[in-house]
Design a protein around this ligand. Structure first.
Ligand SMILES: Cc1ncc(COP(=O)(O)O)c(C=O)c1O
Length: 446
């Protein structure tokens, strides 16, 4: 395999992993093809604040923030001290621990729709629990969804269609084959396009009396239009279905309460994971008493859901986000990065748009698709060589500060100059040292 000498050990480990770990990584988003394959690092040795060191000894500023898990910074001293203290008290027990109530009460206090709470250890896990509760509560099977909700059968069943474009292509992960998903689940998870109330209503009507819940990411890269989510809720209730917000990716970056206070819409249930605990395994399902209470009668049970390290990390993270005003900080860093990148684009005559929201700005080069693929690839590759681990989007955390901004913008200035020269000389191809990045996922799962 061809690779840059700078990531020699990373690529050796990757080759070793391919032999013994199917797909080599546990999370698709950690596959090396997600970045500049053969140039970007694949294995990290340690991380601190907003930075990490890879297994080849290269140091990076990390704008991926542990795939959105890290909201305060890696190894946050206060969260880690609380977790270490908890380790000394025991991580799991033969019985329950009061800390479960402490986190449940904190979530009830913070999140508008929360009157009851269950725990999980990850986002997909939490979505599966919410879907089970909704099905159990309504005695109906079908789930309408919008967005990405994890690896579980209930969701991947959406791609068991035999005609047309696989539905999940439109919902973040394109090109997924529903291998291993029981055919019997076909037509139980049905997608709807974000923002289109007519299509949602038609789908509800076409499945009248069968829809247990609508689960959706309340937003991802732009805010919903005024009134959209309130209408979704009305439609759900008109069809006796529950509305579930999947707040796993938005998390606590838009606001330290989750997104419901910003949107002014209370779903029946909501799920959280990732940023809730700054890098410790944790997930939560919250909701109204009416929608959640029935879960007591359902078999929803797992040994590690009451593991206390994730719970302690979540309590401390939620407190610290508020104490430090992390949300404002993240938004400020995002806005600053966006304006500096736009300015750099102007200086280098490289037209670009910043999409996304303040807390996750996304660079979009304003060129036709083939050129964009090349620019994106070279940008990620060259930034990696300059010690900046980034995709086109930035996942900001509380440890990104003035130094990280300055170093990243200085690197981007060099890279933009290279891109501009490559464009002027019609020589972009010669700058590419890794696989061309086209569709993020389609290739990976083939
Ligand atoms: C909105 C959303 N839901 C669910 C998940 C799945 O979470 P996990 O990877 O922790 O299972 C993700 C992960 O990216 C997500 O973004």
């Amino acid at each position: 395999m061809n690779y840059h000498p700078r990531v020699r050990r990373s690529m050796q480990l990757y080759d070793r992993a391919l032999e013994i770990i199917p797909g080599a990584t546990q999370l698709i988003s950690r596959r090396p093809q997600r970045f500049a394959f053969g140039v970007s690092p694949v294995y990290i040795e340690h991380a601190q604040g907003a930075r990490f060191t890879d297994v080849d000894g290269n140091q990076y500023i990390d704008w991926a923030s542990g795939i959105l898990t890290i909201i305060l910074g890696y190894c946050d001293p206060i969260v880690d001290a609380a977790v270490k203290k908890q380790i000394d008290l025991g991580s799991v027990y033969s019985l329950n621990h009061e800390i479960e109530l402490e986190l449940a009460e904190l979530l009830i206090d913070r999140i508008p729709c929360a009157e009851m709470v269950r725990f999980a250890k990850g986002g997909g896990d939490a979505c599966a629990v919410a879907v089970r509760i909704a099905r159990g509560n309504t005695n109906k099977d079908k789930i309408l969804f919008c967005g990405y909700h994890g690896w579980h059968d209930w969701y991947q069943a959406a791609n068991l269609t035999t005609t047309g474009t696989p539905p999940l292509d439109e919902h973040l992960f394109a090109g997924i084959e529903p291998i291993g998903i029981p055919q019997a689940l076909a037509n139980t998870a049905i997608p709807f396009p974000y923002g289109d109330l007519d299509r949602l209503e038609q789908t509800l009507i076409a499945n009248r009396g069968e829809v247990a819940a609508i689960i959706m990411e309340p937003f991802r890269t732009s805010m919903p239009t005024e009134g959209y989510l309130a209408e979704v809720k009305k439609l759900a209730h008109a069809h006796d279905a529950l509305l579930i917000f999947d707040e796993v990716s938005t998390g606590f970056r838009p606001a330290d309460t989750g997104v419901q206070t910003i949107l002014g819409v209370k779903p029946d249930m909501a799920v959280f994971a990732k940023s809730i605990s700054n890098g410790y395994a944790m997930g939560a399902i919250v909701g109204s008493r009416e929608s959640m209470a029935g879960a007591a009668e359902m078999f929803i049970s797992s040994t590690y859901w009451s593991e206390t390290l994730g719970i302690r990390a979540a309590i401390t993270t939620l407190e610290e986000i508020r104490n430090r005003n992390t949300v404002d900080h993240i938004h400020h860093v995002g806005k600053t990065m966006a304006s500096k990148l736009i300015e750099l684009g102007r200086q280098h005559d490289l037209p670009l748009t910043i999409a996304g929201l303040d807390y996750n700005p996304i660079i979009q080069f304003d060129f036709e698709q083939t050129t964009c693929h090349k620019l994106n690839t070279i940008y990620i590759q060259e930034m990696a060589k300059l010690g900046i681990h980034t995709g086109l989007g930035l996942a900001i955390n509380g440890s990104h500060g003035a130094e990280e901004i300055a170093e990243t913008i200085a690197a981007a200035a060099q890279v933009f100059a290279r891109l501009a020269n490559g464009l002027a000389d019609d020589a972009l191809d010669q700058l590419i040292e890794c696989e061309l990045k086209t569709d993020s996922f389609r290739r990976l799962v083939k």
